[in-house]
Write a protein that binds this ligand. Structure first.
Ligand SMILES: [Zn+2]
Length: 317
């Protein structure tokens, strides 16, 4: 853990960056001599694990499981595997997802990249037009302990309306980005593309008319018409669609419905696994993915109040 936080192996004070520290073995903490309070700190201070009574012997295996579960993992599985309560497991998972978020300032489709596939998707619920009588009433116990059991139509109710998500895949770099967007109108889609894709890049999309604005914004645009052609040589969006199916499978199988408030972290979790999956050129394994997430634990925090100020999700299992 010391080497994961400080790659040179020298612990530094999270408050003043001093390296002159004493290890208090009985306390399991370091002591700094700098002029600040508190002077003692644990390895967890300044990371996503800060303020948590849960020991690293639970945090680290939980992170390993989440980084490597192809279709996601439920808080019930973490609860059973690690012997923490389900409430604790749910909270741990959201914090670990925060460590899985990586933001790049580099735009996609630049000089070293390939064409960029773009596509929009709706996530987080069932279509509203599905007739109520065709659904069965079910009893669910939401995945947060302060909620009571209730009768619901599956995929119905608060927070289960569809949420628009925009995805982009750099085909050469094999990296995907996905973000929640307010709607799929031209302004929102073009804004996401302009923020993430280099001007001049080649953009592949389906024939959704909105994308016709791309050449006017200095992009090279090719569209594939899914009605009469699925793939026209290089022009297709199969890569980003593959990402959507992985994301939807994870959301459906593991998480019955997700509050919009939490959806961005679920997306980040799947983006992390997708971008760090093993390929011929880049044979990453479970341990590599774990180490990568752990290298991103610093400087991110998510408090219990932040998480529970808005209510959580419902899970199966
Ligand atoms: Zn200090």
């Amino acid at each position: 853990m010391v080497f994961m936080r400080w790659p040179d192996g020298n612990p530094r004070c999270p408050y003043c960056d001093a390296t002159k520290l004493t290890w208090l073995a009985k306390d399991g903490r370091y002591r700094c001599y700098g002029d600040h309070k508190p002077q003692k700190f644990s390895l967890k201070v300044g990371t996503v694990f800060e303020d948590s009574a849960i020991g690293l012997e639970k945090w680290l295996p939980a992170a390993w499981l989440i980084c490597n579960a192809k279709n996601g993992i439920s808080s019930y599985e973490i609860h059973r595997a690690l012997g923490v309560t389900q409430k604790t497991a749910w909270f741990m998972m959201h914090r670990i997802r925060l460590a899985m978020v990586s933001k790049s300032f580099m735009k996609m489709g630049g000089s070293d990249s390939g064409p960029v596939e773009v596509d929009e998707a709706y996530l987080g619920g069932e279509p509203k037009n599905r007739h109520k009588s065709k659904r069965k009433l079910a009893t669910v116990t939401p995945d947060y302990p302060w909620a009571t059991e209730r009768k619901v139509y599956p995929h119905q109710g608060r927070g289960t309306e569809k949420i628009a998500v925009f995805g982009m895949l750099d085909r050469e770099a094999r990296k995907v980005r996905a973000e929640i967007i307010p709607n799929v109108k031209r302004e929102a889609l073009m804004d996401a593309i302009l923020r993430n894709v280099e001007k001049g890049a080649t953009v592949y999309s389906d024939s959704f008319p909105t994308y016709k604005a791309l050449p006017g914004l200095e992009f090279v645009h090719e569209a594939v018409n899914h009605v009469d052609e699925y793939v026209r040589g290089e022009v297709h969006t199969n890569g980003i669609e593959n990402f959507w199916s992985l994301l939807k499978r994870g959301l459906k199988g593991t998480y019955v419905s997700v509050e919009p408030f939490h959806l961005d972290r679920y997306i980040a979790e799947q983006v992390f696994r997708f971008n760090n999956r093993a390929t011929k050129d880049n044979p990453l394994d479970d341990s590599d993915r774990f180490m990568l997430a752990m290298s991103q634990i610093v400087g991110k925090r998510l408090t219990y109040a932040e998480l529970t100020g808005k209510v959580g999700e419902t899970e199966t299992n």
